[in-house]
Design a protein around this ligand. Sequence first.
Ligand code: NAD
Length: 276
Amino acid sequence: MSKAGTRKSIFITGAASGMGLETARLFSKGGWFVGAYDVNLEGLKTLEVELGSENCVVRSLDVTDRTDYGKAISEFGEATDGKMDLLFNNAGIGKGGFFDEQDFQDVLDVVNVNFIGVLIGIHAGVPLLKATPNSLCFTTSSSSATYGMPGIAVYSATKHAVKGLTEALSIELSRHGIRVADTLPGLIDTPILPDEAKANAPTEGMFRLIQPIEVAQAVWSSYHDNPDRLHWFVPKEIGDLDKASAMDPEGTRASIASQGPLAAALEEVKAANAGK
Ligand code: NAD
């Protein structure tokens, strides 16, 4: 008998913190066998103690390392008799700033972790997903995939890429019986958010600060309750923003430019131009 036995199994990246951690806890409580992966091994070890070593495998993994990601998937398969009910590609980093002022290595890091890491994970994970009836490939996109967001342009672009990939693969991978979906969370109270963003978060509306358990619940519902839904907006009002920006991109641009980090800079440019 394999370590997972007859239990369903989930492979989670970014599992040492935030949404990945809450998802590991929720699925473990629900009787699932958990594979938890992160660059933060210390956080994973704490999780292993919490879940019980018989209920999980934890392993250091940098999602940008294709060879090691492949090894992690094989080891997971050994613990689950070659099955994977749910692949949750969730690891991400959030280095931002105005694009032209960003260190280019930071730009590449964001693309590598948030998008290339997802490509590596799905490519390596498909054989196990394929071997598992009713499997789900789930990825963390972002509310910043509803419209390109100033101040986090590259981060936002990687999350658009994840959203587009999800849409295309949900059709392609259906030929293997694999479901594909993603989540577009708003502002979630996790360590990735700068303290300033948390302190300035509105108390209501779609960008209120939300606890990571709500994203974990979306992952749970995607597998168990609504297998057909493609995008899980958390909170669901983010879906309204998605529709609005598709219907009226120029209006959305004006609205975003009038608030947020670019407003002051744009006012300065306008004033300088008016003086010419
Ligand atoms: P978090 O910082 O708490 O968790 C991210 C985890 O990813 C960390 O444990 C980190 O060590 C891990 N990680 C980073 N680089 C890695 C790598 N190369 N390989 C493996 N693991 C790596 O933040 P979170 O908010 O839980 O982030 C989870 C996902 O949610 C990310 O993809 C993030 O972009 C996305 N997201 C976050 C928010 C938010 O407001 N918090 C909103 C939308 C989307």
